[in-house]
Design a protein around this ligand. Structure first.
Ligand code: GLN
Length: 304
């Protein structure tokens, strides 16, 4: 396994087409695109890494898997009254479907859906408490108390989050948002600015590998049925309008973020995190996807 990740990291270092870093969040625009990391966490606790796998990066939309899991724990299937479970086929920050579908976002992984999920998590709490709850949950599933938020990224994102504010206001006009929009976006942007290394991220996905149980820490995070369902959403919606392409090339449930990270789950086998900041046109990590494609070729881990 170590040889496989070393080979992948070496071949990624030679790639010249590395994509473009996200430039709509100023703090992310400044990241060096020549970085790459991969970590594979196995249920028995072993972790195999190559590249800068201990360097924290902005997990961005990967956090949406964790907030969905938390919201399901808090309000169960009621979350599905506020957000759907279908691929959108549209960019992650698109507003067009919201009008036709009366303010109910297609799925919890596009921005509108994730904002509605955060709104649900905030019910009955001050924004700071909700944020603390989200961070605490991520630390719990990764079994790592050192995970925190990159405040500079959060503030940079908050200052430029006009599109997300539009999505939130639009949903509020349909009655699908309860909280004050500024407070809601404060929590959402901070959640997206959680910083994790590939090693931490790979470990955080272990509960989705083993039927809801993190076998390495011994924590039962969700039921087996819920783990299967979260994986199905990641497969169908985790890469926005690139979800079909990701399923075709990699064949694993996965969730990307505009920080250049991807968390991919090989059920029963491993949790894999990759990071390379350059994105393709859709906003998914270009080399991250390529690295996962190579990994699946080597291991046969595709679910198909
Ligand atoms: N695709 C992403 O990672 C987008 C998340 C980002 N925080 C945003 O709201 O625009």
């Amino acid at each position: 396994m170590q040889e496989i990740v070393n080979d992948i990291a070496n071949s990624m270092a030679r790639e010249t087409e590395r994509g473009q870093v996200a430039d709509y969040i100023p703090e992310l625009a400044a990241i060096d695109p020549n970085q790459f990391a991969i970590s594979i966490a196995l249920p028995n606790g072993e972790v195999y890494s190559a590249g800068c796998a201990q360097k924290p990066f902005s997990i961005q939309s990967i956090s949406k898997v964790f907030s969905l899991t938390l919201a399901l724990g808090k309000i169960g299937d009621n979350i599905w009254n506020r957000v759907g479970r279908e691929p959108s086929g549209d960019p992650f920050n698109s507003i067009v479907q919201l009008e036709h579908e009366h303010g109910i976002p297609r799925n919890p992984f596009i921005n509108a859906g994730a904002i509605a999920v955060v709104d649900a998590i905030m019910m009955g709490h001050q924004p700071k408490e909700s944020l603390a709850e989200i961070i605490q949950f991520v630390r719990y599933i990764a079994d790592d108390n050192s995970i925190g938020i990159d405040e500079k990224v959060a503030l940079s994102e908050l200052a430029t989050t006009h599109r997300n504010a539009s999505l939130a206001h639009f949903m509020k006009s349909f009655g699908n948002i309860e909280h004050d929009i500024d407070k809601l976006l404060g929590v959402y942007c901070h959640q997206c600015s959680i910083a994790m290394s590939c090693e931490q991220l790979a470990k955080s996905g272990l509960f989705l590998v083993s039927d809801g149980m993190n076998e390495s820490s011994g924590y039962r995070v969700v039921s087996a049925q819920r783990a299967r369902r979260i994986n199905s959403l990641m497969l169908m919606c985790g890469h926005y309008d690139g979800s079909g392409e990701f399923a075709y090339r990699v064949g694993l449930p996965g969730k990307s973020g505009v920080g250049g990270g991807i968390l991919a789950i090989a059920p029963g086998k491993a949790s894999i995190a990759v990071w390379s900041p350059g994105l393709d046109k859709i906003g998914n990590s270009k080399l991250g996807t390529l690295a996962l494609e190579r990994l699946v070729e080597h291991t046969g881990w595709s679910v198909f």
